[in-house]
Design a protein around this ligand. Structure first.
Ligand code: UDP
Length: 578
């Protein structure tokens, strides 16, 4: 490993971050020997992503820009999604986390999609698909006069392909499988992960329509349509289907739901195509063959003297949009179709992490009206400034090529460089690298055991809690262990009352609180919000149903729920015994 110059040390790099970076992100030689330090990695990324500015401005100060990017990453104010950190400036050069591929109703199209999936997974990206165009199982196949296998059989092919590539890639390939609620095989789809050994490389979501939701409200039947001939295949009772979704989600967290008509209402380029799927974690609706690169601002770094540092936030938003637009240029796409679609719409997804940290630093409990209000204010600010930054880039670099006919194409409208600007990602790994709370989630626990990447176990105390506990003199290892085992601080007398009030965790708050926060961020996010609505193990199916309805009523684009202990394996777990 090359020695770091003092100029290049990263004071805020945590031990966990160093472990994660070394295991998966740093450049290695053919023998697997690590060739760079974390500081070199951030330099590599900063320089590669600054370079495209030269294309648009011959006099661009690339060194200055690379320094700005380097600083915002190593101060952990902003990080791009993992593939950008891993691959920028390296041979593979694939920088996006999210892709959606079309799956057409023919053998050629299905197995093309399997091949394309393999290429994307090899490069660290995740793929989403709608299987809604596939004719149902046991339908006619004219070329062979046989019968069709149906969407579920083909999903297994994608699953096995993903499983095989997982063993060689830099990170696990992940898939989203969507089926429209009016597909004839919808009931089988809803049940397809009931056996927890099936389709482990898929998240699944049912694509709900407004028509279906109205039928649920009115307790009516709705039509199932055969996608092959668009004819009515049969009818189903909407409440029966909705209830089945709820039962399965209560059982083990899946399927999730997405509201297809809402995704399309906000589709910025309806003239180019219809949105039928999102990426694996649900935050990024995309057209077939589109990809998107994400980046997240770490809000915990924007609290100064007990208030939000808006000035610094504005600067970092503008630099982040410049960064993400450049990623589109520096990216090496796994397929020509993806290159062309991505360049034509230029979607980027700027979001946040460290939201729970920010609230704690401001002394605001996550489950309070004040927090919901501030969430809206923060995201509105980021969205507004993000759009301004995209307009400024548009003036210099031109609008995205599909601008004409898009929702931005109104009389006298300013240019727009990117068809979407904002997305709230889960930030699963980049939040570990930044030592921040993930996405817009509340703290999972104040101290806990985290299983990451093939079961490496990291024991962690929330850094802000640790600091406060030490400053105020109630820190002890025994207490931290007690909290990890207990899972919450709200009834631990050794912790002062005002500290307990702000260190609320995912399980201290109600599902309604989770959804209100998701809805608050969704209000000012172009794409969607990744959020898990946590339920205690004791929650009833009714509770889950109410939460789904609330998500619908509050304008969310989808929901993912998780009832504690309902799956055999959990990514995060408190030491709490049920
Ligand atoms: N993703 C993936 N495999 C993974 C984790 C993530 O393909 O193991 C993709 C997926 O599309 C997800 C997106 O990356 O929706 C963003 O996830 P996250 O924010 O957790 O990624 P990070 O950049 O933190 O690694």
């Amino acid at each position: 490993m090359k020695k770091e110059s003092s100029h290049d040390t990263i004071p805020d790099l945590s031990k966990n971050a160093a472990t994660v970076l070394e295991k998966r992100y740093l450049r290695r030689d053919a023998e697997g020997k690590v060739l760079e330090t974390p500081a070199h990695m951030f330099r590599r990324v900063a320089e590669t992503i600054a370079a495209p500015n030269k294309k648009f401005d011959k006099k661009a100060d690339l060194k200055g820009l690379a320094d700005t990017f380097y600083r915002m990453m190593t101060n952990f104010e902003f990080l791009p999604n993992s593939p950008t950190l891993m691959n920028a400036g390296r041979q593979l050069g694939q920088l996006s986390a999210c892709f959606v591929l079309p799956v057409g109703d023919s053998m050629e199209e299905i197995f093309d999609a399997v091949k394309f999936t393999a290429l994307i997974h090899k490069s660290g990206g995740g793929t989403g698909f709608s299987f809604s165009r596939l004719r149902p199982a046991n339908d006619v196949v004219s070329s062979t006069t046989g019968i069709s296998s149906g969407p579920l059989s083909f999903m297994r092919v994608f699953d096995i392909a993903t499983e095989t590539i997982k063993q060689g890639g830099t990170r696990r390939g992940a898939n989203m499988g969507i089926l429209r609620v009016d597909h004839p095989n919808i009931m089988d789809f809803i049940m397809c992960k009931a056996d927890q050994k099936q389709l482990n490389n898929f998240n699944i979501s049912v694509g709900l329509t407004e028509k279906f939701m109205q039928a649920v409200e009115r307790d009516e039947e709705y039509d199932l349509i055969n996608p092959r001939d668009k004819k009515v295949f049969g009818r189903q009772n909407a409440r029966k289907v909705f209830h089945r979704i709820v039962v399965q989600a209560w059982e083990n967290g899946e399927p999730g739901i997405i509201f297809l008509d809402r995704l399309n209402r906000d589709n910025p380029t309806p003239h180019i195509g219809e949105i039928e799927s999102t990426n694996p974690c649900g935050e990024q609706p995309l057209l077939p063959y589109e990809s998107c690169n994400l980046g997240s601002i770490n809000l915990g770094k924007f609290v100064k003297d007990g208030t939000v540092d808006w000035k610094k936030l504005k600067t970092v938003v503008h630099d982040s949009v410049n960064f993400l637009d450049n990623v589109i240029e520096a990216n090496n796409y796994p397929l020509q179709q993806i290159h062309d679609m991505t360049h034509a719409n230029r979607k980027i997804g700027l979001g946040v992490m460290g939201w729970a940290d920010m609230l704690i630093l401001l002394g605001v409990p996550y489950n309070s009206e004040e927090a919901v209000k501030l969430g809206k204010k923060i995201m509105k600010f980021i969205n507004d400034e993000g759009h301004l930054a995209s307009q400024e880039l548009g003036k210099q670099r031109g609008s995205f090529p599909n601008f004409q006919g898009s929702i931005f194409d109104t009389k006298g409208a300013p240019p727009m460089r990117n068809a979407t600007v904002t997305t709230i990602a889960p930030t699963g790994t980049i939040s570990i690298i930044s030592n921040a709370s993930s996405g817009v989630e509340p703290l999972f626990a104040v101290s806990y055991i985290r299983t990451v990447m093939d079961k490496n176990v990291l024991v962690e105390v929330n850094p802000i809690f640790e600091q406060i506990a030490k400053e105020r003199g109630f820190y002890s290892e025994a207490l931290m262990k007690k909290i990890a085992e207990h899972g919450t601080v709200h009834d631990i007398p050794e912790v002062p009352e005002d500290v307990r009030r702000v260190f609320v965790t995912a399980h201290d708050i109600t599902p309604e609180d989770h959804i209100q926060m998701q809805a608050a961020f969704q209000l000012y996010t172009d794409n969607a919000v990744s959020k898990t609505v946590n339920f205690p193990n004791s929650a009833t199916m009714d509770d889950v149903e109410k939460a789904y309805m609330l998500a619908y009523e509050t304008g969310c684009k989808g929901v993912t729920i998780y009832r504690d202990g309902s799956r055999d394996e959990q990514v995060l777990s408190t030491g709490k015994k049920e």
